[in-house]
Write a protein that binds this ligand. Structure first.
Ligand code: 5AD
Ligand code: SF4
Length: 494
């Protein structure tokens, strides 16, 4: 197979005999059976391609966004592989699909850069098919731009109908026109489609889709739609299947996991879901992302504290330390409430790693507001922080706000924030030096193949001498030396 790190196939489709699907009949109307039908049709097409070209057609899924996007890309790869494509990381393929992000303006610019590149490949291989999907395709202006200026693109779809990918793929293979199918929203969740995992031993698991928070700077609620939770039975069933297939660690994914389950017919809290996930035998580690501070319950803190499996890491986006700016951001917590939450977490779990996201230069941010952010960073003492320059997103309330901050002022604040964040993160990372802690080994070290690289429960990386046979296992490692943001260790003999 083409892709170097191809490791695991979620086995929902293992029992389906695609050869037995009768393609002379009309496609079924129910899902996922309809998609299985189109996978079978694509398989026929790829078999034919192989007869003509003496090789399988190659497909590249290029992921450009967050963990949610990455998980969606695994689903795209699952369909493509089941349809008979050979997966590759080379964009110069027979089918290339860009799974786009739009959270900040530079994410959009990146897409157009890639389209420029791929148009040259397509000139040399006119049968190549180019597709775009993901968050950016939910923006009508971007789709209009592609329809006008990027006529060589064959297929465009968004986040809501990704479950229809097999059908859309077939339509694109069967047509010379540009196929555009973007849904405004959906309340559907289709289960049991194939997915191709990047790692054999860990996997993302969607527990919910969409977001109802409407932070005033954020485009996500517009491109990912309203919040919808998967049923707990479906989530547990997926995780059990993953564990049976060798998965040790799952990352539960949602834009705001703390509001999981509120809208289900039988409501359940995120903490209750975690309790049930924790009981799955053979599963060793549980992570989750992302927590909104306003919804983080004491029940969740208690479940984390009692748990042997839930990792000692919490991503708790701050966005700003100024209560005034937080209000304009529609975050629904104050500086004091946020700091009190961090204190509670640290008191209950002293070894917890807390990480965050911070935006600099939100409209109307003054030097005093910025100093409030610096103050929270000093007090919360993050183990690491993603810092972003505010990016104006068309259609969001913040885009229409006055007092946009000049670029040079933002840049200066950004640099000061980054320096502080890094100084504190280095001190925090050092906390576990000299301890022996379990590490899930993820890969052979890229620079030095006598080393392997793994992850601590608190999410820090550790490099230590070892071979590829350790990949996917959890081993105790003595943390000899902290090198800033990672460790050099030694496998413990006991
Ligand atoms: N500008 C800059 N950063 C943003 N984020 C979301 N929207 C914007 C924006 N318009 C950041 C937030 C969020 C992270 C995923 O991206 O910090 O937590
Ligand atoms: Fe992820 Fe948001 Fe980017 Fe979509 S827009 S890929 S949800 S970060």
């Amino acid at each position: 197979m083409g892709i170097g790190n191809r490791k695991g196939q979620d086995d929902m489709n293992q029992n389906i005999d695609f050869g037995k699907i009768n393609l002379n009949e009309q496609p079924p109307l129910s899902e996922p059976e309809r998609q299985y039908y189109f996978i079978a049709k694509c398989r026929q097409w790829t078999d034919h391609f192989e007869q003509e070209n003496a090789r399988r057609p190659r497909a590249c899924v290029f992921n450009m966004g967050c963990q949610m996007n990455a998980r969606d890309s695994e689903k795209l790869r699952g369909v493509l592989e089941t349809a008979g494509y050979e997966l590759t990381e080379d964009e110069n393929a027979d089918f290339v699909i860009y799974n786009t992000c739009t959270v900040r303006e530079n994410a959009n610019q990146k897409v157009y850069g890639h389209l420029g590149l791929v148009s040259n490949y397509k000139k040399k291989n006119p049968n190549m098919k180019v597709a775009l999907c993901g968050c950016m395709m939910q923006e009508a202006e971007e789709v209009a731009r592609i329809q006008k200026s990027y006529r060589f693109v064959n297929l465009v779809f968004g986040t809501h109908n990704i479950f229809k990918f097999a059908e859309l793929l077939w339509t694109a293979l069967d047509s010379d026109r540009m196929i555009v199918d973007v849904w405004k929203d959906t309340d559907r969740i289709v289960e049991d489609l194939p997915a191709q995992r990047t790692y054999s031993f860990k996997s993302g698991v969607n527990i919910m889709f969409g977001c109802n928070n409407f932070c005033s700077y954020c485009i996500v609620p517009y491109v990912r739609g309203r919040e919808r939770s998967r049923r707990p039975e479906d989530i547990l069933c997926e995780i059990k299947r993953l564990v049976a297939d060798g998965v040790k660690e799952v990352m539960l994914l949602g834009q705001n996991v703390n509001s999981y389950g509120k809208n289900l017919d039988e409501p359940i809290t995120f903490a209750q879901l975690l309790r049930r996930v924790e009981q799955i035998e053979g599963l060793e580690r549980v992570r989750f992302m992302t927590s909104h501070p306003k919804d983080l319950s004491d029940e969740l803190i208690a479940v984390m504290k009692d748990s042997k499996k839930i990792c000692r890491h919490l991503h708790l986006p701050l966005q700003s330390g100024s209560t005034e700016i937080l209000k304009k951001m529609n975050r629904r917590y104050t500086k004091e409430q946020y700091l009190a939450l961090v204190d509670r977490l640290r008191a209950e779990m002293p070894d917890l790693s807390i990480t965050t996201d911070i935006i600099v230069g939100f409209p109307g941010e003054t030097e005093e507001d910025f100093q409030e952010t610096m103050d929270v960073v000093r007090k919360a003492r993050y183990d690491s922080a993603f810092t972003f320059i505010y990016s104006k997103r068309t259609g969001t309330p913040a885009a229409a706000m006055e007092n946009q901050v000049p670029d040079d002022v933002v840049k200066d604040r950004f640099n000061r924030l980054l320096a502080l964040v890094q100084e504190i993160a280095q001190e925090m990372s050092k906390r576990v030096e000299g301890q022996t802690l379990p590490v899930l080994v993820e890969s052979v070290n890229e620079q030095d193949d006598s080393l392997v690289t793994g992850r601590l429960s608190n999410n820090l990386l550790v490099h230590f001498p070892g071979g590829s046979e350790l990949i996917g296992t959890i081993v105790d490692v003595y943390l000899k030396e902290c090198k800033g943001f990672y460790y050099i260790g030694e496998k413990s003999e006991t």
